[in-house]
Design a binder for this molecule. Structure first.
Ligand code: F6P
Length: 345
């Protein structure tokens, strides 16, 4: 009997599909300081739920799941049917997995205690971000943050387990349901992006070690609110225009952030007269994207301080957000601060 060593095919006839998310998570498990396998399983649970949400969003125009659900969430925003469906999907995946003890969701008024006192992790999630874009077939996303609980396993969940600064996240990520579906995540050792291969039902590594450009020529802000901006933001956006930068605003945070992360640019949702604390939520929107931004060499601030340093005081707390290429965020932040000082003189 002849035994030959395996030689990878070099004919070029069958292209390589590459590394699956599952394999990648397993390979990277040892990078994680508490490499027990539970965080890896948790990431897989999130990926599985996102595949189901991807299927639902793809079919939204055909099945009767488009449009409003008829209820208003704790933010005072009208819930879309797909918001509710995505929330159910993620809640189910996270509660069945066994690694999570509590969940904070945009769609739930209170912390959800999974009654699983052996779960080591707390998840904050926006199951479907930018959902007003669903009915018009525009990109939407899921955003998630993962924290280790502070109190010992086996004891009841406490406020300190939930109200952790973004800098305490052990992992964070987003799923972009766009022209292709992508999952991008970090465990604090760089950022990697995976593209969903629909026919195989798998995410494959497509964007290894994402590095954000230091600067860019795209600004993303809702200019309809210009009359309500602080002077610093007004001046920064005027500067972007003088420099002939491109304005790009989808109105889906994940999609706007993702584009700027890859191409270079800044996304701003500043404080306005209508929303003095901004609009975006710290726990399940800003923190996750801030960690990803920093891990990719970009920046995130509320105009005053690093997003990841903000001590949360309430579950659905809002924050102004300036996020993207580091040179651009620094410049915008400096202009805001100068104008703040001027207003005091
Ligand atoms: O989560 C809120 C959100 O839908 C983000 O995805 C998006 O960037 C922003 O609100 C859009 O808000 P506005 O319509 O005020 O520009």
């Amino acid at each position: 009997m002849k035994i030959l060593p395996y030689q990878p095919d070099s004919s070029g006839l069958a292209y390589s599909v590459g590394t699956t998310l599952d394999r990648f998570i397993k390979l990277k498990q040892s990078d994680f300081p508490f490499a027990s396998g539970e965080l890896s399983q948790l990431l897989r649970d999130i990926a599985l739920a996102s595949k189901i949400v991807n299927r639902e969003t793809n079919r939204a125009g055909l099945s009767n799941i488009g449009g409003a659900f008829g209820q208003v969430n704790v933010q005072g925003e009208e819930q879309q049917k797909l918001d509710v469906i995505a929330n159910i999907r993620f809640m189910r995946a996270l509660s069945k997995g066994g690694e999570v003890c509590a969940i904070v969701s945009e769609e739930e008024d209170s912390v959800i205690d999974l009654q699983n006192s052996s779960g080591k992790y707390v998840v904050a999630i926006d199951p479907l971000d930018g959902s007003s874009n669903i009915d018009v077939n525009i990109s939407i996303g899921t955003i998630f943050s993962i924290y280790r609980r502070i109190t010992p396993t086996g004891s009841p969940i406490q406020e300190i387990d939930i109200m952790q600064k973004g800098s305490e996240q052990v992992a964070a990520g987003y799923v972009l349901y766009g022209s292709s579906t992508m999952l991008v995540y970090t465990t604090g050792c760089g950022v990697n992006g995976f593209t969903y291969e629909q026919s195989l039902g798998e995410f494959f590594l497509s964007h290894p070690d994402i590095q954000a450009p230091k600067t860019g020529e795209i600004y993303s802000v809702n200019e309809g609110s210009q009359n309500d901006w602080e002077t610093g933001i007004d001046k920064y956006i005027s500067l972007c225009k003088e420099r002939r930068y491109s304005a790009r605003y989808i109105g889906s945070l994940v999609a706007d952030f993702h584009r700027n992360l890859l191409k270079g640019g800044i996304y701003l949702y500043p404080a306005t007269k209508k929303n003095p604390s901004g609009k975006l939520r710290l726990l399940y929107e800003a923190n996750a994207l801030a960690l990803i931004a920093e891990q990719a060499g970009a920046m995130a601030t509320d105009g005053n301080q690093r997003i990841l340093d903000i001590q949360p005081t309430s579950l659905h707390q809002r924050t102004p957000l300036l996020i993207g290429s580091s040179d651009m965020v620094q410049e915008a932040e400096a202009m805001l601060k100068i104008e703040d000082v001027k207003s005091l003189i």
